[in-house]
Design a protein around this ligand. Structure first.
Ligand code: GLA
Length: 450
């Protein structure tokens, strides 16, 4: 952890004449259950962790934003603030800062575009599915809010800021939902949050007594702006196409002109359908296991080019067509599991929570195809080592698993996973993989100034 005094000292070494900085922090997160549901307006159940991104900052009056990072992997960067900030090349780390500033500029419409000197240091493992990138966005936003003279909680609520930043982060190219920004800003100590969207709302959910949530890093890098970007965006894109097909079905069934913005609108909003009714509607709207581009175009009375332009963009078409049925099944079952997990946690029923986590992993792997060999193996080893629930967490395709483990077997669990996964499966020797590859998740307070 970078204590505020140490970070200020590092700031002053990087910018000797800049004056005394302020400091803010934003934590990482794990998700207990509810994967790839947020962008459809369906619930999630994440919690913060106690590693974070910290920024020391001061205002500049010339509009220039200077970025320095304690980690040499992130080179010095600079850009100029203004009404339209052009993104740097995909994957460039300053894009997260640009996203935050642009988002707040759009929200507040400031008369002047101030600059900042920023010095950033973090302890969240990178490209591990623990939301280090959204933590950067949130921390940069807190810094820029202060420079704008705005007070968090008075000029903008945490809920509104989370929604603004969820939208703002699309700037970097990922079509994410609002889970990460919400838990980072609204997370609390010692509990998880059930989060619902549109409108954003949160509920505290207690963690199971006598158990730990242990995070294991598969060490497969899941860089959301790199290799994983297109695979991640496949989820939101296919769901948008499903939504269009279902909307047509709704009109055929009910003869109304109802517009569906996202799949979650079926349960909420004007329609208020029951879960069974949604299931039936889905089965009618998408009758086959896979749907080709041609078939989707026919069903929507349009052309394949239009389907691409409106919903799929450059998503490659698999030989047998897009697996819409399986994607829908995941959405249907996962949103129910989130509700059930919340109830199990309120009843302190760890066994039921574990069962739901296991089922969620299977659904993510089989129906959403966001697991990989390493994650599946890590989950298997964890269950054999005593976890009563084990699943991938976050966007998937690498990154971490989260494991529900009785506190009494902490040592043996960690030893067995260490032996079975890192040493045998990955054939690594101690010292060659990070010491924090396995850690106990401790929910820390949401993002704030120090
Ligand atoms: C990423 C996105 C989130 C969410 C998860 C998957 O973390 O940023 O919005 O979709 O993946 O649950």
């Amino acid at each position: 952890m970078y204590e505020a005094a140490r970070l200020k000292k590092m700031f002053t070494e990087a910018y000797p004449d800049a004056g005394e900085p302020l400091v803010c922090r934003a934590p990482g997160r794990i998700n207990l259950i509810g994967e790839h549901t947020d962008y459809n307006g369906l619930p999630v159940l994440p919690m913060t962790i106690d590693s974070d991104i910290r920024i020391a900052f001061v205002q500049r009056d010339d509009g220039r934003v200077l970025l320095r990072n304690a980690d040499e992997a992130f080179p010095d960067r600079e850009f100029t603030n203004g009404p339209d900030i052009a993104p740097s090349e995909p994957g460039a780390w300053e894009n997260y800062c640009k996203a935050a500033i642009q988002g707040l500029n759009r929200h507040f419409g400031p008369a002047r575009f101030h600059g900042m000197n920023l010095y950033m240091a973090g302890t969240i493992p990178i490209a591990a599915g623990l939301s280090s990138s959204s933590a950067v966005v949130v921390a940069c936003a807190l810094a820029y809010l202060a420079v704008l003279g705005k007070t968090l909680g008075r000029d903008i609520s945490r809920l509104t800021l989370a929604s603004v930043l969820a939208e703002a982060e699309h700037y970097v190219g990922t079509r994410g939902g609002g889970m990460d920004q919400a838990i980072i800003l609204l997370g609390r100590q010692r509990c998880a949050l059930k989060i619902d969207f549109f409108p954003l709302r949160v509920e505290e959910v207690p963690l199971p007594e006598g158990h730990e949530l242990i995070v294991c890093n598969s060490l497969v890098r899941a860089k959301k702006t790199g290799n994983v970007l297109h695979r991640y965006n496949e989820g939101p894109r296919l769901c948008k196409l499903i939504c269009a097909l279902v909307e047509k079905q709704v009109r055929m069934n009910f003869g109304s002109e109802i517009e569906l913005e996202r799949l979650g609108d079926l349960w909420h909003g004007h329609l208020c359908l029951t879960h069974e009714e949604v299931k039936e509607l889905f089965a009618r709207a998408v009758p086959d296991a896979t749907t080709t581009l041609e078939e989707a175009a026919d069903a929507l009375d349009t052309t394949p080019d239009e389907v691409r332009a409106r919903w799929l963009d450059d998503l490659p078409e698999p030989d047998k067509g897009f697996p819409l049925r399986a994607r829908m099944r995941h959405q249907l079952t996962e949103c129910r599991r989130v509700e059930a997990a919340r109830d199990a946690m309120l009843a302190d029923d760890a066994a039921e929570l574990g069962r739901l986590m296991n089922a969620s992993h299977e659904s993510c792997a089989r129906d959403y195809q966001i697991s990989c060999r390493e994650l599946d193996y890590l989950v298997t080893i964890a269950r054999e080592s005593g976890a009563i629930g084990a699943r991938l967490t976050g966007a998937g395709l690498g990154g971490c698993t989260v494991n529900l483990v009785p506190t009494a077997i902490h040592e043996t669990f960690c030893d067995k996973v260490d032996q079975g996964y890192y040493r045998q499966y990955l054939a690594q020797s101690p010292g060659t993989y990070p010491r924090n590859a396995i850690f106990v998740a401790k929910a820390s307070p949401g993002a704030d100034y120090l």
